[in-house]
Design a protein around this ligand. Structure first.
Ligand code: G3P
Ligand code: CA
Length: 350
């Protein structure tokens, strides 16, 4: 059975403005976002509808699909540029152009594949969870991921978001397609809780410009590796091979997604980003052992990190739920309300 989880956003919303509200060192003072990295990829095959559904049930605030394009132009949720690591493609197809690039296969062909568990802690099932879709371990399209999220939000009143990553090289055509599909599926503004991310910082700027032209306003996150520079802090762009100062990124981006293992990532880096209005989301929280995972969440919560890309959504949610203190007066308040109810019942009975 699933425990009853309260997501960071839901908890912050419920407490906002009340005397129960807690303040954290994040940019907005709320709990960090729990970002389901490739879905609940620590438990189920990554980037599948089942992995996304499980993450949502575990209390993720937002789910992350990496995006690749098929040979016939469809966006699919997949991290690698090839099909070999995560699917049974080698058992079903001969190599094409010397390999198994996603971009060499049609969507119909990719649909015939089965995504297999890759994480050492993952399998094809999770205790207490039954996928609701017909093909839980098929490679999903980006649209199917959004439809899953939208269906959940419509059914529950939740506001689970999406965090698509345009995998590089992300052409203008790919960026435009991402935005077209987001718009068609109702992810148009930051109130829809959507971040669009990429390691290609020129591509991130292009996404921002394209959004402006389309009247869209989703948040943009530039991915990279924090590092100290002579003049301050930077985010190393692995693709361009250049250092982009945070001040440059802040001209168009809303946040940075930073490797937890990058030198220079510390509370000072996060504060420098916050000073520019940028949130900092760290990747990847992949510890399966609860005690070890909680220690890591604590370290980065204390440092002011605004979001955790995690393979183990449940551990992040558990940790954050425990950070909201119950007010000392709550038992007294509950007792008082109970006494009032008793008095009212007695008056009615009299
Ligand atoms: O998008 C954040 C993080 O996922 C980047 O790393 O390689 O897992 O996509 P990767
Ligand atoms: Ca990613």
């Amino acid at each position: 059975m699933f425990r009853t989880f309260v997501t960071g956003v839901a908890l912050a919303t419920a407490l906002a403005g009340s005397s129960l509200a807690a303040t954290f060192s994040t940019l907005d003072g709320n709990l960090p976002l729990v970002i389901a990295h490739r879905g609940a990829s620590g438990y189920l095959p990554e980037h599948t509808l089942a992995a996304y559904e499980l993450a949502i049930k575990m209390g993720a605030d937002i789910v992350e699909p990496d995006l690749q394009q098929t040979s016939d132009g469809h966006l699919v949720a997949m991290h690698d540029s090839t099909l070999t690591r995560t699917t049974d493609v080698e058992a079903k197809f001969a190599p094409r152009n010397g390999g198994y690039k996603v971009s060499d296969f049609t969507l119909a062909e990719i649909r015939s594949l089965v995504v297999e568990p890759t994480a050492s802690t993952a399998s094809n099932s999770y205790p207490g969870y039954t996928p609701t879709m017909a093909n839980p371990f098929q490679v999903p399209t980006f649209e199917e991921v959004m439809q899953l999220v939208n269906a959940h939000n419509a059914a529950t009143g939740a506001n689970i978001g999406i965090y698509p990553e345009a995998k590089t090289p992300n052409s203008t055509a790919m960026n435009q397609k991402i935005l077209d599909e987001m718009k068609a599926n109702g992810f148009e503004s930051r109130s829809d809780l959507a971040f669009i991310q990429t390691f290609d910082h020129a591509g991130a700027k292009e996404l921002s410009d394209l959004q402006d032209a389309m009247g869209m306003d989703n948040a943009i996150a530039a991915l990279g590796y924090a590092m100290s520079t002579v003049n301050g802090y930077g985010v190393y762009d692995a693709v361009a091979g250049v250092t982009n100062l945070l001040t440059d990124l802040a001209l168009f981006a809303d946040g940075v997604g930073v490797s937890l293992s990058s030198p220079g990532l510390d509370a000072g880096f996060i504060q420098a980003a916050h000073d520019l209005g940028l949130v900092v989301h760290g990747w990847t929280f992949n510890r399966a052992d609860p005690a070890s995972a909680y220690a890591q969440y604590e370290q980065w919560l204390d440092a002011g990190m605004d979001g955790f890309f995690t393979n183990y959504t449940d551990l992040a949610v558990d940790y954050l739920a425990a950070q909201v203190p119950l007010p000392a007066g709550l038992p007294l308040l509950a007792g008082g309300l109970g006494a009032i109810a008793v008095v009212r019942r007695r008056r009615r009975a009299a």
